[in-house]
Design a binder for this molecule. Structure first.
Ligand code: FDA
Length: 542
């Protein structure tokens, strides 16, 4: 490698660039050369360390990619979902493990080489924390660790942390049309980040969060030990089901409890603009959606629409429903509880559960479920997201002010997700995710844009909207969803953070569960190796 770089340098000299350089430029070339030599020897020493920690039979090729590797860029870019971070600081190495040994060796060698580790499964982190860092770092990208083993007889599945939700859903449906798993709607989301941060989707009112349905897990800890539920203990097993895996280790795989779904489910979508009475419908929705039967999920998606280029943009609200049963049962329920929505037989479509997964992912239900295996769908936009939770219905004036702000930004989207059902029955301390019985619904705010120059304006709008919502949403703490990561809530100092400092954001995500997470972290990773901008802090007793 050093030889290769030296040859490139010699080529440059021959081509005359350096000969004509000023002394200052000559100095920087010298520095560049020294740096490259140093980096190359560090690269070699890291590789040597890595190989030395593997059993002789284990493969080591195609696992570590340096910034000079031809595949480095394509691997790094492959799951960057938020283009806001596509030009951010790059990892020193990309490690793409095939097995636990590779992860163990990476952790041990990263410690020896004083390098941070970021772990990436699906790359959907809203703030890019799985692939960017301000301090020298390595990314462990788990895309090879994605086997899914489904045992229908015993109703569980083992899934590699690098698998996507699409791969998981596809594998379940390949074996049974009456089993499913309650997780998110976007098929490219990785199970590593998603489940360790909670994970909700269209059937969570019936079955709870993805994290509520984990039976066991394999994780590699800060010392390179491979732990399962028994060996990690119930505290650590509790923490990684909603508290974020990245603070505690590298999740290798999950054992998930499959849930039973009926052979026929029903969907409908009803869209109303403000002029068609959307405000009144949202008012009513707030008071009833969380009380619906567990089988019924109706979320409200608020967006800007411009029905006719001659008219000013307005707001439309789409009420999207998944019902775990037939149209007949759905209609008898929705026509009684929410007649204003005007749902009829014609609005409803019956399908299998896996088709409903396609439907909510934006595919045609006629399409083969194979599309769920596509994990390379590239995002072409930058975005910023935030979240809130609502305990008391927002009054009409509050909604009107909200819609006024939404109409200012045509790429804004707000998703209102009803709670209640199973979520109300699970204790708020059962997993680190605390927002269960007292909450009517959660809000996700999202804005996207194409051009980097617009970043300030768009994020500025998002922050104004968040400020506007303050009187209408939960307080003390103002609740937020960890999987919709938001660094505006606060960030850790480097290399160590005080408990008080991290409580700023920690209480918002985890409320009363934050203290237990801190205790677990202090025991599991006392030297805070798994630090990031929003990792759980370590208690210091000095
Ligand atoms: P990524 O790989 O970026 O990881 C996210 C975080 O988890 C990082 O801190 C990372 O280090 C850590 N991590 C990842 N793998 C790990 C592992 N194996 N061990 C330890 N730590 C690990 N949420 C939801 O609940 N319901 C939904 O429907 C959706 N839909 C949705 C759509 C889209 C387009 C986006 C961008 C996001 C969502 N989300 C969501 C949010 C999503 O659940 C959240 O971003 C997850 O953390 C993404 O997990 P990934 O593995 O894809 O991300």
């Amino acid at each position: 490698m050093v030889g290769k770089i030296t040859r490139a340098y010699e080529r440059e000299v021959k081509e005359g660039d350096v000969k004509m350089a000023s002394p200052k430029f000559g100095m920087s070339i010298l520095f560049f050369f020294l740096c490259i030599s140093f980096c190359s020897s560090t690269d070699q020493s890291f590789q040597q360390c890595f190989s030395s920690h593997l059993p002789p039979s284990n493969i080591t090729y195609d696992v570590i990619f340096t910034q000079n590797s031809s595949q480095y860029s394509s691997i790094l870019q492959s799951s960057i979902r938020n283009l806001r971070f596509s030009n951010a600081s790059k990892p020193r190495y990309l490690v793409t493990p095939y097995n636990e040994d590779h992860i163990q060796a990476t952790i041990i060698c990263s410690k020896e080489h004083h390098m941070h580790v970021r772990v990436r499964s699906g790359g959907h982190d809203y703030e890019g924390l799985s692939y960017i860092s301000d301090v020298p770092f390595i990314v462990i990208d788990l895309f090879h660790i994605r086997s899914v083993m489904v045992d229908i007889k015993n109703e569980y599945a083992w899934v590699g942390a690098g698998a996507t939700l699409g791969e998981l859903y596809y594998s379940i449906s390949a074996k049974s049309n009456v089993h499913g798993f309650p997780a998110g709607s976007c098929p490219t989301v990785g199970v590593g980040g998603h489940i360790s941060g909670g994970g909700f989707g269209t059937i969570f009112r019936k079955y709870g969060l993805a994290a509520d349905n984990v039976i066991d897990a394999k994780m590699i800890d800060v010392n390179g030990n491979v732990l399962d539920r028994k060996s990690m203990g119930e505290d650590l097993f509790w923490a990684i089901r909603g508290g974020g895996g990245a603070s505690f280790g590298v999740i290798f795989s999950w054992k998930l409890k499959l849930v039973r779904v009926p052979p026929t489910v029903t969907v409908f979508k009803t869209v109303k603009s403000l002029e068609q009475g959307a405000t009144k419908l949202v008012q009513k929705w707030q008071n009833i959606a969380y009380k619906f039967h567990h089988d019924l999920f109706v979320h409200a998606v608020i967006q800007v629409t411009n029905p006719n280029s001659n008219q000013n943009p307005t707001v439309q609200v789409s009420f999207d429903c998944l019902f775990l049963g037939t149209t007949e049962r759905l209609l008898s329920s929705i026509q009684r509880s929410f007649p204003e929505l005007g749902v009829t037989q014609e609005n409803c479509t019956e399908m299998s559960w896996i088709q409903s997964v396609l439907y909510f992912a934006g595919y045609s239900i006629a399409e083969s479920a194979d599309v769920l295996l596509n994990r390379t769908t590239q995002s072409t936009q930058s975005f910023k997201g935030k979240s809130d939770y609502v305990k008391e219905a927002i009054p009409k004036t509050g909604l009107e002010g909200l819609f006024k702000m939404v109409v200012e930004e045509e790429t804004s989207v707000l998703i209102l997700t009803p709670y209640g059902g199973r979520m109300k029955q699970i204790k708020s301390s059962a997993t680190p995710f605390p927002y269960r019985s007292e909450y009517l619904y959660g809000i996700q705010y999202m804005i996207s844009w194409d051009v980097a120059e617009e970043t300030g304006k768009r994020i500025g709008w998002m922050r104004r909207l968040y400020k506007y919502m303050e009187p209408y949403v939960s307080t003390a703490p103002r609740a937020a969803y960890f999987n919709y990561r938001d660094l505006d809530l606060g960030r850790n100092s480097y290399p160590n953070t005080s408990y008080v400092e991290s409580s700023e954001w920690g209480l918002k995500y985890f409320n009363h569960n934050f203290n237990r997470l801190v205790r677990v972290k202090t025991l599991a990773d006392p030297h805070n190796f798994f630090w990031n901008e929003q990792s759980i802090p370590v208690l210091r007793f000095e």
